[in-house]
Structures are given as C-alpha cells and as structure tokens.
Design a protein around this ligand. Structure first.
Ligand SMILES: [Zn+2]
Ligand SMILES: [Zn+2]
Length: 149
C-alpha cells in the first residue's frame, strides 16, 4: 500500500511524534493512521466521522472503543484537543508544551484556528495555582466569525 502525504501532513506527524516522545509515548501504526486521517479531514471532526473515514479503507475495522482510547491518549499527550461545543476533535499544532489551547472557532463555516497567547497561558496557570488547582488539560474556545466569512 502506498500512502501519499502532503508536506503539511508530514509536519503534523513530526510534531505529534516529538510531542509523544517528550511524554514518553510511542507512535504506533494505528495512532499514526488516526493522526493522518485527522490531518486530511480539514475541519474538526466527530469521533464518528473519524471512525468512518478510517474504516473506509480498512479490512479489519477499528472499533469505536479503540478509537476513543487512542483519542484519549492523544489528548493526554496534548496533541489532540476536544472542542466541547462541537463534540469534535482537532489536532494541536502548537509547539509549546505548556500552552493553553486557545482556539478560534468560526460559527459560520466551522473553520478552526489555534492561536498563541503566552500572557493568557501564564495567567491561567497562576490563577489555577492560587486556588490549589492543578491544571491538566484545557481548551478555550473563542466563538465568532472568521476572516473569510
Ligand atoms: Zn494546543
Ligand atoms: Zn468562517
């Protein structure tokens, strides 16, 4: 089987892989498959959409439970983020290990853009610490209308 990746998919895979290494995780072939599929589908996708896309080309079907487990793992590794409002998943492309996932969501076309805000990330961590809260995973969704809409 020949898989054809474009440049940006390769970049995403490199990032995911280095994130996983930092976290002591491994890139297994099925994890890789999911990341590639998520990179191909260009909007945030529900677990069902990811599963459907993956199983289209598979002889041995991936189960929903396996997919959820892998998504959970990738979220813990900080390379996949969940958009609660859409019940959908997106790849995180930010290199900073300790960043807030700050995501601008277009409510018209569904476009998603993750942006950087160091000051906000720092302040969030500080505020959490002040209240004795250990911050693990968080996604901040900024809803609105994108440039193109
Ligand atoms: Zn992120
Ligand atoms: Zn838009």
């Amino acid at each position: 089987m020949v898989t054809h990746h474009n440049k940006s998919t390769e970049n995403i895979l490199d990032k995911v892989e280095s994130h996983l290494h930092q976290q002591g995780g491994r890139m297994t072939s099925v994890r890789r498959e999911i990341v590639v599929k998520m990179a191909e589908l260009d909007k945030p996708k529900t677990a069902y959409q990811i599963l459907e896309a993956i199983n289209k080309k598979r002889k041995t079907k991936l189960s929903a439970i396996s997919l959820y487990r892998i998504l959970e793992f990738l979220m813990e590794a900080g390379v996949v983020l969940k958009l609660e409002s859409k019940n959908a998943f997106e790849l995180c492309l930010n290199d900073e290990p300790e960043h807030s996932h700050l995501v601008m969501v277009c409510d018209k076309c569904g476009h998603v853009l993750e942006v950087d805000d160091h000051t906000l990330s720092k302040n969030l961590t500080k505020t959490a610490q002040k209240h004795g809260h250990t911050l693990k995973h968080h996604v901040i969704e900024l809803h609105g209308v994108c440039q193109d809409c």
